[in-house]
Design a protein around this ligand. Sequence first.
Ligand SMILES: [Zn+2]
Length: 549
Amino acid sequence: MGADRNCISRRDFLKQISAAAVALSLPRCADATGPPAAPEPGLGKEEDILTRSNGGAAMGFDTYQPGYVIPTPKEMSLSGQVVTLDSSWGIEDRAAHPGLANRYAEMLNLRRRKHRANLALVQDGGLKREEYQLEISEDAVTVCASSENGFLHALATIGQLRNGPVLPVGRIRDYPRLEMRGFHLMFESIHQIGAPEAIALISSAARLKLNTMLFEFGPRFPFERHAAIRSPSALTSSELRQVVEHARSLGITCIPLLQSLGHLNYVLRHDEYADIREEDEHRDQLCPTNEKSFRIFTELAEEVLSFFPDTRFMHIGADETRRLGVCPRCRRQAEESGTGSLYITHTNKVCSWLSNRGIIPILWDDILCAHPRILDELWDNAWIMYWDYWTTESPSQLVVARYNPGGGPGVVVYDERWQGEWKAELSDVTARTLAAFAQPVDLTKRLGREFSQVFSPYLGDQQPKFVRAFPYLEYYQAHGHRVIGAPAGASNTSEWLGLPDFPRYGHNIRAFAERCAEASGKGLITTAWYNFPPEALYFSLVATAQYAW
Ligand SMILES: [Zn+2]
């Protein structure tokens, strides 16, 4: 039957509209294919749909289909009804956070009003710092929070819930379980990240209620005083200011990272810095007993800190310092008091310098873990960032055994029976992780007596089959330090379907977040080291947001 466009029946017309709406993922029209999920007064009759001049309403835009909110709110109850915030609505700021009401007004296309507006921001000092409560009824929306972050989180939730001006009626009470929830923005190795990509990633982080970004630049920092080390792809000063200001405007804490001992090849490969190298082959570590090393670090740090004037933290790296005690002077000191003493003397000097500026130092945990005797010497208020990219389950089949007094095989190890009698119990992701990164050993023998003397209180009672996941959370805390978990987000590669190993990253992030919450860790910052396209970072960003909240 040849359809004549001019003779189409009303019912066929409705069906066509509904088919188009389905194709565009819009709610369907009433009558043509059944009732909508949330019926609206006045809609549902053919006359209404054909005669209304309001295009949005006629197409059924003001119906609503609930979707996911990420991170999942702690308590959310939606009634199935909706409310449309049309031009009769206004917004009133009773919270007096400058600029906040404007953000709400902009997102929801509402006018500001001095009083008696139906969307109100209400300060409630009784709520936790990042908590918010959102109450949406058919004639009013009330947002309660005690801080600017709380109001921004509520706005982020509204942004995910809304369909244009249409909001679901209901109540939400929501708050994070970890105080610090962040992502590592690694300009040094991820070359494609420029200012626009960084700004986009930061915007997404804020919409997902993350509150921290760890900035690592390497030679892509716009050094001036030490311009020789600046990479051709360095950010300009104004780009960097723009990125940092963008993060701050979204309530995100910015933490700069500057390596203070190892991983400084981008500095030490230049001849100008030859005299502060520990050795000339790898050229990646400062000589910690050379006074000039410390001075150069402070000059670099002053440049970096000038872009983060109010920062509460600075991360000083200090991981994988594999060249300790190589130069003759350092070797003599190492022979007298151990390589750990070289490390801790230099690191504490850096921590002291930052503390004098009111800044809390953060450092990686691996060298402290490998030298248990120096942990109690560490600067008191230093926070420890504990990285483990392999643990995917809790309890864990594998243990990261950095302290290895007896020598012998492997740092990431698991009991060899996982290759035999227990093998059928392994999940795919854990089996793949063990195969790619860990070594099967007789775990009891491998860990040994000295290891057990230090760590057995933290390893749980299911050894050797299982070890408590991320056991050093409690260990570092028991020695008086605050701990941030650092899972892998694009760090330490294995492959999944020709892509970065997203299943491992997801399980690693989730397991670390669970254990940080259980052990009262300060938070979680997911790391990203590898030169993936920036788009590949978003999976881990979303996973961090979901599990750290
Ligand atoms: Zn030296």
